[in-house]
Design a protein around this ligand. Structure first.
Ligand SMILES: [Ca+2]
Length: 211
């Protein structure tokens, strides 16, 4: 277990709102929500003009000129039960225009000593897309601990600009595939309560379905 030192404000704030992730505002593609302390400064939508495949992608856009340290995430919550003790790879394609930074993120929440805990977190810090960039593949590989209850996946944006996400995949991989983050639990003082809106399996990963 570790303290908050060295963690980004993103991690800290998500921990403070363990799984509630308020406010959750349904604006985007089916099964996707926007969250984060600055969520109102951003807009989540399904974009039918810019996409990598099919006829739509997911877009996160800053409303006006944002501060460099503002951020928001898109999120889908998945039941972790069937993924426990497995190595999972989340991959997808990210495109950006004038963005502070952006990229995939993944977090695994669960129960430790009957309290809510963040078990694994990877937001590709240091490896995010910046500025303007065409479709770029990103990967997150983590082991899903046995205490896991929910897996949260999505894209994050900081500062100004737009990012798009398309063609996500979420799959079990061999343990020979290198991890991008390891389990480093942060346990809260709050009892775990299961959030609403958890999907049994990853849903609408190509963003073809509108809300
Ligand atoms: Ca698509």
């Amino acid at each position: 277990m570790r303290l908050f030192s060295g963690l980004s404000c993103l991690t800290l704030v998500l921990v403070l709102g363990p799984i509630g992730l308020t406010p959750l505002m349904a604006q985007g593609p089916q099964a996707w929500l926007i969250a984060g302390q600055d969520a109102r400064e951003y807009e989540l939508s399904r974009d039918v003009e810019v996409f990598r495949s099919g006829g739509a992608s997911m877009r996160l856009r800053a409303r006006g000129n944002r501060h460099r340290d503002d951020w928001a995430v898109s999120v889908q919550m998945i039941d972790a039960t069937s993924y426990r003790d497995k190595r999972i790879r989340l991959s997808g394609y990210v495109r950006s225009e004038g963005v502070g930074s952006g990229g995939l993120w993944l977090r695994v929440d669960g129960i430790v000593d009957e309290n809510a805990a963040m078990l694994v977190m990877d937001n590709l810090e240091g490896d995010r897309i910046k500025g303007t960039k065409e479709w770029t593949r990103q990967n997150i590989v983590v082991d899903i601990p046995p205490e896991s209850v929910t897996i949260l996946i999505g894209a994050m944006i900081t500062g100004d600009g737009d990012i798009w996400l398309d063609d996500l995949s979420f799959e079990e991989v061999s343990t020979t595939v290198e991890l991008t983050a390891s389990s480093d639990p942060i346990v809260t003082n709050d009892p775990y309560s299961r959030p609403p809106g958890v999907f049994p399996v990853p849903t609408n990963l190509s963003f073809e379905h509108p809300a």
